[in-house]
Design a protein around this ligand. Structure first.
Ligand SMILES: *Cc1c(COP(=O)(O)O)cnc(C)c1O
Length: 352
């Protein structure tokens, strides 16, 4: 078997790098495209549904695809440090790739609004974590100013290399299916990923690797849906902290992706997100984080309001791993029973 070498080496000819670029990789990418046969059977028998499980990346989210490229380019130009604002996963990824590159990493996160696993990752990898008494959008404003200094590289998705790396997700899906899906559904926060996927599909078609393009479907959380309403949300609220963003950086690109692909964007409630989160874990055996489940919640809603023809192939990107946010998962489930360490007590508790 030949080892997977990470997105830069595997998709080198589609990326803005050359032989002299130092490659910083944790062998990200090559994530499973899981046929969601159980969910489809139960909810959408007419659909071929697949889950692109990005939680299987090295730090547990799709952010690694773009971070590999952004950090490689930062090293190439001689940056002395990395900086980002984050709802959690960008900081986890920046911290890991920064460690590998030997660069210090400074992250700003909204206090109390970052899932436990993500904060643990940033700290474990040795990043300097600053919690701000404010939200993501404010944190992004601050890091934009501080990274004007050339020696500090901003690795948020404003960094053009982030989207370049993330477009490899669409290329992988195309390779795995052999074609592009009919619909591709993603959760939308800062709107970089949906824009990156659309770019990836278009470039793959230009290269002759696929012949048709999917419709791009974006899903936001009801309390954080600036793209749905067409205006900035000052105080975004949702349990899906990874998409708790009121003023998306890639607003224009995302609208363009929706328009060009004849797709659409709509919102789902936190309740719908949690329901989809439980369905994925309990029916399909796939544990993703709440924001990721917005894509399935979107499909459930889409299936109610529009006719999805027999044989439609749909991919939902599950952006991050469920272990990132153990608190939300535990709150949604009954407490474990505690009994004495005896066969009879366990048997009684289980009503055997
Ligand atoms: C970053 C992130 C998103 C949102 O992606 P954008 O590119 O900001 O739209 C969704 N889910 C998870 C798990 C994320 O980490």
């Amino acid at each position: 078997m030949i080892m997977w070498r990470g997105v830069i080496e595997e998709f080198r000819k589609f990326l803005p790098i050359d032989e002299s670029t130092p490659v910083v990789s944790l062998c990200e990418g090559n994530t499973p495209l899981i046929p969601a046969t159980c969910l489809a059977k139960q909810l959408f028998p007419q659909i071929n549904l697949y889950l692109k499980f990005e939680g299987a990346n090295p730090t547990g989210s799709f952010k690694d695809r773009g971070m590999s490229l952004a950090v490689s380019k930062a090293l190439e130009k001689g940056a002395q440090a990395l900086m980002c604002a984050s709802t959690g996963n960008t900081s986890a990824s920046a911290a890991a790739y920064g460690a590998k590159a030997g660069l210090p990493v400074y992250v700003l996160v909204p206090m109390g609004k970052v899932a436990l696993g993500k904060l643990a990752q940033a700290m474990a990898h040795g990043a300097t974590v600053i919690q701000i008494e404010g939200n993501f959008d404010q944190a992004l404003g601050i890091v934009k100013e501080l990274s004007q200094d050339d020696s500090i590289e901003l690795v948020n998705s404003l960094n053009p290399y982030r989207l370049e790396g993330q477009k490899t997700g669409a290329m992988e899906v195309s390779d795995q299916l052999g074609v592009a899906p009919d619909l591709h559904i993603l959760p939308v926060g800062n709107a970089g990923n949906i824009s990156a996927y659309w770019r990836g599909y278009k470039e793959y078609r230009t290269a002759g690797q696929i012949h048709a393009l999917p419709q791009m479907i974006g899903v936001q959380a009801e309390g954080a849906a600036p793209l749905v309403h067409g205006r900035v949300v000052e105080d975004p609220q949702t349990i899906a902290t990874a998409i708790r963003i009121g003023n998306p950086a890639s607003w224009r690109l995302a609208v363009q992706a929706m328009e060009e692909s004849n797709g659409r964007i709509f919102d789902v409630s936190d309740e719908e997100i949690l329901h989809a989160h439980a369905l994925l874990a309990q029916v399909e055996g796939v544990f993703c984080e709440p924001a990721s489940a917005a894509s399935l919640a979107g499909l459930v809603k889409l299936n109610q309001v529009s006719h999805l023809p027999e044989g439609t192939t749909i991919v939902c990107t599950l952006t991050g791993h469920g272990l990132k946010d153990p608190d939300t998962a535990m709150k949604a489930s009954p407490e474990p029973l505690t009994v004495k360490a005896s066969r009879d007590d366990v048997s009684a508790a289980l009503r055997l």
